[in-house]
Write a protein that binds this ligand. Structure first.
Ligand code: ACO
Ligand code: KIV
Length: 563
């Protein structure tokens, strides 16, 4: 018989909320953020952080603008306890930052937790116990009353102990752990019981943290759960509703965003989504998502590479190269049509000169998080002319005319196909220099020359010069209306070429005393084929002569030039 794994699972029951309000709301302000990297993130690591790594992470969180940071589970280990002490005794916590610590509802653990906080200016004591039916039955062997009693007894003890230390500004946080699969009525009931003990006020609210300890439903169900909870809690104005989504179904961010629409005030999560199993909600992504909607998240990730480096060091886990906003490849397009659109977007941006960001395929300006535009386009066999042209412009300041781009991109495409790997900037530049003789590899080189001046009769101008071809110097002359046409005439006559210039372009490279000129020519041959040439020189006249010679070198390869 075929096994049917799907029959092992039950669908998640929806919340009864037909008049839900959240779908028609938008996020217009950031939540209160709380980083739980040093606790929930830390407890998921193969090797939990030592004091040095915790300290580096803590400093990063402060720099990034977090005002609430869960720093430890002090009763878990001496390392965690000592870390809390080191922050307090070392006076390392800014006045406006509250450190948060987690504890189970067990007397000895609570006492140790409060002990760790002695002397803190501001502290959030966070108590949890699991409330869902399956945990009550399988893990705690407890009924609902017993589960409430555990939360209430822990809250009473914390109240008693914190009341003995009025020098600290205390906030109390309670988490009905496994909220995401707790009966909504019971979640409200247990939180009300905890509030009855703590007696929060609008001025001194309690934090009710509603964790998706395991993500078990679609994000809309999570939003319904949060809205239902907010609407049924009797003293809503005395509570900060906090979210703590995990990412088991890969929709932690969506759940958190919809949870905010549903009325939550606060979000707990980790940078880059570290955490148990598939992680906590990723605060970096959530914050930058807000950015892209014109909402200032109130967190600073403007030096993203430094943030990534520190987090990788502390967690000893690499941030994925495709991680939203932060991955090293997220601003890089390899494919031709993406490159084309990005290039056009940047060109339009230079002209439009306003503050609105509108570059196709780039939801955020890389500069906003400290990234340059250099890596926005990289070239491989999936790339097109726009990508190759971008690389040459960024690296060499060259702005190839459209038909020139098409011709050169075929050469790059051939390299990419042959090597079957990324064609780096260095390889593209080298291929360009070689193809157009900028490296001196062409058969022809111009030794010296002069062109007769214009006279009043309009007589043709005469090119007289010496050209080295295959190691031998030859004197040549030719006539034309200008320097270029007379040079072309001389080359055609003396070497059996049949060049006809059909396009000419030039532009400056750089500014000031280092300015150079780049000149591009396209010539057609008798068979209708085009050959291209480029010349670069401080003098624009010289640049154009070199461009013609470059085209001649390419034509010579094609035509079997007479010696
Ligand atoms: C969803 C979350 O992230 S919750 C946070 C989880 N984080 C951690 O567990 C990391 C830190 N934890 C630890 O270091 C240890 O678990 C400690 C120090 C807290 C406790 O260690 P131990 O005393 O050895 O207990 P153990 O780890 O086996 O925990 C299970 C016991 O705690 C009880 N328990 C679990 N949660 C709670 C709670 N919130 N309140 C009271 N008791 C609890 C269980 O019922 C079980 O009791 P039992 O042994 O009588 O059956
Ligand atoms: C303790 C709680 C908030 C938790 O970490 C979880 O439920 O994931």
């Amino acid at each position: 018989m075929l096994s049917k794994p799907a029959s092992k699972y039950r669908p998640f029951a929806n919340v009864d909320l037909p008049d839900r309000q959240w779908p028609s709301r938008t996020i217009t302000q950031p939540p209160r953020w709380c980083s739980v990297d040093l606790r929930d993130g830390n407890q998921s690591l193969i090797d939990p952080m030592d004091g040095e790594r915790k300290r580096r992470f803590f400093d990063l969180l402060i720099k990034s603008g977090f005002k609430e940071i869960e720093v430890a589970f002090p009763s878990a280990s001496q390392t965690d306890f000592d870390f809390v002490r080191s922050l307090i005794e070392g006076n390392l916590i800014p006045e406006d930052v509250a450190i948060q610590v987690l504890t189970q509802s067990r007397e000895e653990l609570i006492r140790r937790t409060i002990e760790s906080l002695a002397g803190a200016h501001r502290a959030i004591v966070h108590l949890y116990n699991a409330t869902s039916e399956v945990f009550r039955r399988l893990v705690f062997n407890q009924d609902k009353a017993g589960t409430i009693a555990l939360a209430v007894s822990g809250t009473k003890l914390i109240k008693e102990l914190t009341d003995q230390h009025p020098e600290t500004i205390w906030t109390y946080q309670y988490s009905p752990e496994t909220f995401s699969f707790t009966e909504p009525e019971f979640a409200v009931e247990i939180c009300e019981a905890v509030m009855d003990v703590w007696q929060p006020t609008p001025e001194r609210p309690i934090i009710l943290n509603l964790p998706a300890t395991v993500e078990v439903s679609t994000p809309n169900v999570h939003a319904d759960q949060i809205e239902w909870f907010c609407r049924h809690l009797t003293r809503r104005n005395c509570a900060i509703i906090s979210l703590h989504p995990h990412n088991d179904r890969g929709t932690g961010i969506a759940a958190a965003e919809l949870g905010l629409l549903a009325g939550a005030d606060r979000v707990e999560g980790c940078l880059f989504g570290n955490g148990e199993r598939t992680g906590n909600v990723d605060i970096v992504t959530m914050a930058l998502n807000m950015y892209t909607q014109g909402v200032d998240p109130g967190l600073d990730f403007s030096d993203m590479r430094r943030v990534v480096g520190t987090v990788e060091h502390c967690n000893q886990i690499a941030v994925h190269p495709r991680h939203p906003y932060a991955g090293e490849l997220v601003f890089t397009a390899f494919s031709g049509s993406h490159q084309d659109a990005i290039k056009k977007g940047f060109a339009a941006r230079q002209k439009q000169n306003d503050a609105i960001w509108e570059v196709p395929y780039l939801p955020i300006d890389p500069a906003d998080i400290g990234c340059s535009y250099e890596a926005v386009i990289r070239v491989n066999s999936q790339s097109g002319k726009g990508g190759v042209a971008w690389v040459l412009e960024q690296d060499q300041g060259l702005r190839l005319p459209r038909r020139f781009q098409i011709a050169f991109s075929r050469i790059v495409q051939e390299i990419a196909d042959r090597t079957k790997r990324e064609t780096t900037t260095a390889v593209i530049v080298e291929a360009f220099r070689q193809t157009y003789g900028l490296d001196g590899s062409g058969r022809f080189s111009l030794v010296d020359y002069s062109v007769s001046g214009v006279d009043k009769t309009g007589a043709p101008r005469t090119f007289t010069g010496r050209v080295e071809v295959d190691g031998q110097t030859r004197s040549i002359t030719g006539q034309g209306n200008g320097p270029l046409s007379s040079f072309v005439d001389a080359l055609n006559k003396n070497f059996g070429l049949h060049l006809d210039i059909v396009n000419y372009d030039e532009h400056a490279i750089g500014t000031g005393s280092g300015t150079q000129a780049a000149a591009y020519v396209e010539c057609v041959l008798p068979d209708g084929k085009s050959v291209f040439g480029v010349g670069i020189d401080v003098d624009s006249g010289e640049a154009s002569m070199h461009a013609v010679l470059s085209a001649a070198n390419n034509a010579a390869g094609d035509m079997g030039v007479a010696k």
